[in-house]
Design a protein around this ligand. Structure first.
Ligand code: PMP
Ligand code: GLN
Length: 385
């Protein structure tokens, strides 16, 4: 007998769509990964570390140099006062999330989450014994409101999970929304697990604010980051858990029996990168913003209705408003099988009451890929509108 959480768990939509794209040779605008290979200096550094560096088990909580570099980076970019002792290095944000859920949720604890939600959250919350309490953020702006929070938090609420910027909604929460959620966390003595992996990818002059910097939240926030997102190299799978010492002790306890540690050559390269790639952090969002605008412009010219996007490298398209009379899954399957372009149906990010006419497109691609991808989407639209 397998555990009930896994008995009927479908394969994640990202793998399904990438698998179909591999099979059919489609342009993959589905799973979020950049087409460019990432900063060359950093890749050379990792090669050097692999050849001349240390390749045995690094310390369980991560290389001291990387933990310090993460703390310094967040001090410079987000004004946080983290120490290296408050950082645990994980094998990607996915492992960081799992460690946070396993160590902070006890059976029966209520866990507040917002739909749309990243697809690892609910299975891991349930596997940890948590009871999900779901709120729903509505397109096109996906805002958090007081009415939504009232009644959602109870005496049994132990954890809230917040993804900001939001995948797939591509919105960044305002200071007011963060303060509102913080008010409920403090009032109900709740820990916030904050998945901030898209923190470095915000547009239009918007400044990202970590939940950890909101008054009252320093000691009750678990901040999760991903070097894969920061440096546009998703395959390296190095993540960070940042939290006050009492929480870090529990988080590290879970981490030590999930993966224990992560590749030392990559950790060393990222430590170097965080200290030496300030220009990358300026250039990357500006480049991505140009790609966002190129793709949005091409989509609109082709008759698609695009939702506003201020963070992450995703754009949402409203199929119904674009004249497509098909739901998101049917459209995405037809687009990848018949028209050579993969996208993600947004209903995959909801457990209940999913909108069924939104698709997510990744624009971290070369111009020619974006143009060809949009042309193929236009052909898929023309075939059914
Ligand atoms: N959380 C969110 C919201 C994500 O979008 C992703 C990956 N795109 C992850 C977690 C996982 O990050 P990692 O690849 O570092 O495990
Ligand atoms: N987070 C990536 C996305 O949203 C996918 C990561 C994965 O496939 N595990 O596309």
């Amino acid at each position: 007998m397998v555990h009930p959480v896994y008995a009927d768990l479908p394969t994640t939509i990202f793998e399904v769509m990438s698998g179909l794209a591999r099979e059919t040779g489609a342009i993959n605008l589905g799973q979020g990964f950049p087409e460019e290979p990432g900063p060359e200096a950093l890749r050379r550094r990792a090669a050097l570390e692999s050849v001349d560096g240390y390749n045995q088990y690094p310390p369980m909580r991560g290389l001291p140099a990387l933990r310090q570099a993460v703390a310094d980076h967040y001090a410079a970019w987000q004004g946080l006062d983290l120490t290296a002792e408050e950082i645990t290095i994980t094998s990607g944000a996915t492992e960081a999330l799992a460690a946070a859920f396993l160590s902070l949720i006890s059976p029966g604890d209520e866990v507040v989450l917002f739909q749309p939600l990243y697809d690892s959250y609910l299975p891991m919350v349930r596997r940890s014994g948590g009871v999900p309490r779901l709120a729903r953020l509505d397109p096109p702006h996906f805002r958090i409101t007081r009415e939504m929070l009232e009644g959602l938090f109870t005496a049994n609420t132990r954890v809230v999970v917040l993804n900001n910027p939001v995948n797939p909604a591509a919105v960044v929460f305002s200071d007011e929304e963060l303060a509102l959620l913080a008010e409920y966390c403090v009032r109900h003595d709740v820990i916030a697990i904050c998945d901030e992996v898209w923190e470095q990818i915000v547009f239009d002059g918007c400044r990202f604010r970590s939940m950890m910097s909101v008054p009252g939240m320093r000691e009750r926030t678990v901040k999760i980051g991903s070097a894969g997102k920061m440096f546009a190299m998703t395959g390296w799978k190095v993540g960070f858990l940042c939290a006050a010492p009492a929480l870090t002790k529990a988080l590290a306890g879970a981490h030590q029996f999930l993966t224990f540690t992560t590749a030392p050559n990559l950790q060393a390269a990222y430590a170097w990168g965080l200290a030496n790639c300030a220009d990358w952090f300026e250039a990357m969002p500006a480049d991505l913003q140009r790609s966002r605008d190129r793709m949005a412009g091409a989509l609109e010219a082709a008759g698609f209705r695009v939702l506003p996007a201020s963070g992450s490298y995703f754009l949402l398209v409203d199929l119904a408003a674009s004249g497509v009379s098909e739901d998101d899954r049917a459209f995405c399957l037809r687009a990848v099988k018949d028209h050579g372009v993969a996208a993600i149906p947004v209903s995959a990010f909801y457990e209940q009451d999913a909108p069924t006419s939104l698709i997510r497109l990744c624009f971290a691609k070369r111009d020619e890929t974006l143009d060809a991808g949009v042309a193929r989407l236009a052909a898929a639209r023309a075939a059914r509108s």
